[in-house]
Design a protein around this ligand. Structure first.
Ligand code: G4P
Ligand code: NA
Ligand code: NA
Length: 191
């Protein structure tokens, strides 16, 4: 998505060679009109897949997921990172290790919100090591639902998450894939 590449070049801050800060439109402040266009563009890649529900994880995935859900006309479920005070008895759980925070979190989704007749589209803001995506795929598998694939805003292709999950047969669509970055330079992949 050309508009996203331009926005990353203008507003993104590259920290070292591994981290891209996009706080001004995606991860802290949100640009609503732009988020809507990004969610719709991801949704458009899955219009032929019979998607019945979107799954994301709190917090930064939610806005884009909502935009995609609105376009496809389906509900949006977000996995929670903290155990709910009123945890439903039947809950799907997955462990997600955060390389950024150097800690594992358990994500959870109440079983009643993902059923085996569902066709799930996973949406998230970043794909890095693939831990969050892997956890969501595990939750979809536990539910018995069909997985249509994953729509990701920014993939850091120089980290191994995308490669691993594509090798596992998961369809992953991204709006911008970065193959290399350092302060002052960002190189996007063609696809
Ligand atoms: P992974 O899920 O792909 O394995 O990524 P990793 O553990 O490395 O990242 C953990 C968190 O950091 C995730 O958000 C992920 O979206 C985000 N992240 C990873 N790389 C980058 C990056 O280069 N820039 C930015 N801005 N974020 C990155 P989270 O902890 O789940 O937080 P939230 O923002 O969704 O609340
Ligand atoms: Na994030
Ligand atoms: Na995220």
């Amino acid at each position: 998505m050309k508009e996203l590449q331009d926005r990353i070049r203008i507003d993104g801050q590259v920290i070292g060679t591994q981290t891209l800060k996009v706080d001004s439109f995606l991860n802290h402040q949100i640009d609503p009109a732009f988020i809507m266009r990004m969610g719709e563009t991801l949704a458009d890649k899955f219009t032929q897949d019979g998607v019945t529900k979107i799954l994301t994880v709190e917090s930064s995935g939610i806005a884009v997921a909502m935009a995609a859900g609105l376009k496809l006309g389906v509900p949006v479920v977000f996995a929670k990172k903290k155990p709910a005070v009123t945890q439903d008895s039947e809950t799907y759980l997955a462990d997600v290790f955060s390389f950024t925070r150097k800690e594992a979190v358990q994500i959870s989704v109440a079983a009643k919100f993902l059923v085996k007749d569902d066709v799930i589209l996973i949406i998230d803001d970043f794909l890095a090591h693939g831990e969050a995506l892997n956890g969501m795929v595990s939750i979809v598998r536990q539910s018995g639902a069909k997985l249509a694939g994953a729509g990701i805003v920014i993939e850091k292709r120089f980290q191994e998450g995308g490669k691993k999950l594509r090798a596992a047969g998961i369809r992953i669509e991204t709006l911008a894939a970065i193959e290399y970055m350092e302060p002052g330079t960002i190189r996007f992949a063609q696809n």
